[in-house]
Design a protein around this ligand. Structure first.
Ligand code: FE2
Length: 328
């Protein structure tokens, strides 16, 4: 990848990333919860900022794209329109499927600020409030130190989003692995997931199949079909590596996965390994569950990022945003 013009230096050894105990937990389980990672006032100001954005965005000319998950979803084609596929370097608003009436003409049944599923995918590079909890300032420096501790040598933030999980209509997210959507060969994705408000069983917190990153291969990957001269997105079998470097030989026996609930307070950071199976239930409660997340992949040369990925680097030629410079 081409170097970015503004590359932060490698984190100083004095910057705390993960403690040895936290790193061990992450390696063993494939996820890690760090309570109180964001100062309370930071979490609440980012939440207020998000609410302002939801109030301010315009429906004029909006294609009303819905964000849906799941390979078998009959609405699958909706996540493959141009509004979605060209959101890599923009801030765009994707609707919750259940925010529309089921009968024609399928009008919105909720005010727009209660109808958005997610905002993405370049908050980290276009909006200073999100940059400040991603790549810049004291929190950016700690994120970089965590990336260093996990083992990244050239960590690149390739996407970011707010996931709203709206009251009453917040959709279920079925079990999945993030590296299927952000595939490198070999896999390398890790998610930074920040609770902007409390995430509970009631409002659809995450749950994790602890340790599944060691036994669940990336079998299929999410692709943009224009590489085959077709429209939209789909899934295809992975022909490259299906486990990250270092995990190829673990070969734990796989059985029925058991999911552990990940209830967290506002301000918590959850690190999510790209191979771990995780999911969240519907939010039928009266409380929203707003979170901010960004994903990091390894940008060093031995990791291939190809044109099939739905998300492509910004047109500037600088590649995805560096969390820190690879050069010491
Ligand atoms: Fe995920």
């Amino acid at each position: 990848m081409a170097p970015s013009r503004t590359s932060p230096p490698p984190p100083s050894s004095s910057v705390t990333g993960l403690t040895p105990e936290q790193l061990t937990f992450f390696k063993e389980n494939g996820y890690l919860i760090i309570p109180d990672y964001l100062p309370a006032k930071t979490a609440s100001s980012v939440l207020s900022h998000t609410n302002q954005m939801l109030n301010d965005f315009s429906l004029e000319g909006h294609p009303m794209t819905r964000f849906t998950t799941g390979e078998d979803d009959s609405n699958d084609k909706h996540v493959g329109d141009d509004y979605f596929l060209s959101s890599n370097d923009k801030i765009r608003y994707f609707f919750e499927s259940d925010a529309f009436s089921s009968a024609p003409p399928h009008n919105l049944t909720k005010p727009k600020h209660l109808a958005i599923n997610k905002i993405g995918h370049a908050l980290h590079s276009l909006d200073p409030a999100f940059a400040a909890i991603s790549t810049t300032g004291a929190i950016g420096a700690r994120n970089a130190a965590i990336a260093r501790d996990i083992g990244f040598t050239d960590p690149r933030v390739l996407q970011s989003m707010v996931i709203c999980k709206q009251p009453e209509i917040g959709a279920e997210v079925p079990p999945h692995q993030d590296s299927a959507f952000l595939y490198t060969d070999p896999p390398s994705a890790v998610g930074w997931w920040f609770a902007l408000e409390d995430a509970t069983v009631e409002n659809g917190c995450l749950s994790f199949a602890a340790g599944s990153h060691k036994r669940a291969a990336i079998e299929k990957r999410f692709i943009r079909k224009d590489v085959y001269g077709e429209d939209g997105t789909g899934f295809e079998d992975v022909s490259g590596a299906r486990f990250p470097k270092g995990l190829e030989t673990e070969k734990e026996k796989s059985g029925e996965e058991v999911y552990t609930m990940g209830e967290v307070k506002a301000g918590s950071l959850v690190l999510i390994h790209g191979n771990i199976l995780h999911k969240s239930e519907r939010n039928l409660s009266s409380k929203s569950r707003f979170i901010y997340t960004f994903h990091v992949i390894e940008g060093a040369e031995e990791w291939q990022y190809d044109k099939k990925n739905w998300l492509q680097p910004p047109g500037s030629g600088e590649g995805f945003t560096r969390l820190f410079s690879a050069e010491a």
